[in-house]
Design a binder for this molecule. Structure first.
Ligand SMILES: NC(=O)c1ccc[n+]([C@@H]2O[C@H](COP(=O)([O-])OP(=O)(O)OC[C@H]3O[C@@H](n4cnc5c(N)ncnc54)[C@H](OP(=O)(O)O)[C@@H]3O)[C@@H](O)[C@H]2O)c1
Length: 244
């Protein structure tokens, strides 16, 4: 593998995705970063214009297999084979199970879990050829310690951990590492509908008395994507300020 890594980050217009992308761009002058975007694009466009020639928008609806094939082929044609995939796109739609609609269940499973399957399958083609790759899947603390009202999201993110650990075994001797991150609350991206009082109470319950800064999650993604992280695979890392 050349020293220049081609990195694809899904949901790169979101709070965490944008910070992860910036982290790579500021710390690795040789990398090329592809910013997976769907509807909202403002922050990703601003980042791409700050790093012209090194950061590129990449339209990608992560639940569509065709979009994945096109994105991976385009990256290869424009910059070389994909080396790092950060499956960051995700959503939640909380409800008590008794009231959850089939649509709420299916949409959350699709965006958080089925999309990771599609992304890993597409990314493996160049990575297997190159015998080098890094896949980082953003799961959630909800996978390990599910709160009430998140059966869909917790099941999807727990599925991401299972997929990660099984795939890590499949690729362990092929130069490809696969890891999952399980952040607790992230500053700047509060759960929809929470009041200021609820957020303050959640911070108080955290031994660090604060949520994670997105940069703190990005730093771990950056390490897992490095050459140095070569023996770290199949992990599901909890990043929660010692909450649980
Ligand atoms: N925020 C937290 O406290 C927290 C805690 C633990 C784990 N996480 C996980 O961290 C990741 C990033 O979260 P965040 O807080 O940064 O969320 P965010 O700001 O809401 O960003 C989510 C991003 O994912 C994209 N996305 C969602 N569904 C998609 C789809 N089907 N196809 C393509 N893109 C899609 C969104 O694009 P659009 O703009 O087009 O909708 C958006 O850019 C998620 O996987 C989330 O589950 C977050």
């Amino acid at each position: 593998m050349s020293d220049q890594r081609r990195i694809l980050i899904t949901g790169a217009n979101g709070v965490l995705g944008c910070v992860v992308a910036r982290h790579f761009l500021e710390r690795d002058p040789d990398c090329r970063v592809f910013l997976g975007v769907r509807e909202k694009r403002d922050d990703a466009e601003a980042l791409a214009s700050c790093h012209a020639g090194r950061a590129f928008l990449c339209p990608l609806e992560v639940t569509r297999a065709d979009d994945w094939q096109e994105a991976v082929a385009r990256i290869e044609a424009e910059a070389g084979p994909l080396s790092v995939l950060v499956n960051n796109a995700g959503c939640h739609d909380d409800a008590l199970l008794a009231h959850m609609t089939g649509g709420q269940w299916a949409r959350v499973l699709d965006a958080n879990l089925n999309a990771v399957f599609l992304g890993c399958q597409a990314a493996l083609q160049p990575m297997l050829r190159e015998r080098w790759g890094r896949i980082i899947n953003i799961a959630s603390l909800s996978a390990l310690h599910p709160p009430a009202g998140q059966t869909n999201y917790a099941a999807a993110k727990a599925g991401v951990i299972g997929l990660t650990q099984s795939l890590a075994k499949e690729t362990a001797r092929l130069g490809i590492t696969v890891n999952a991150l399980c952040p607790g609350h992230i500053e700047g991206a509060p759960p929809a509908g929470w009041s200021v009082e609820q957020l303050q109470a959640a911070r108080r319950q955290t031994p660090m008395r604060r949520f994670a800064r997105p940069e703190e999650i990005a730093a771990v993604v950056f390490f897992l994507a490095s050459r140095e992280a070569s023996y770290m695979t199949g992990a599901a890392l909890k990043l929660d300020g010692a909450l649980v």
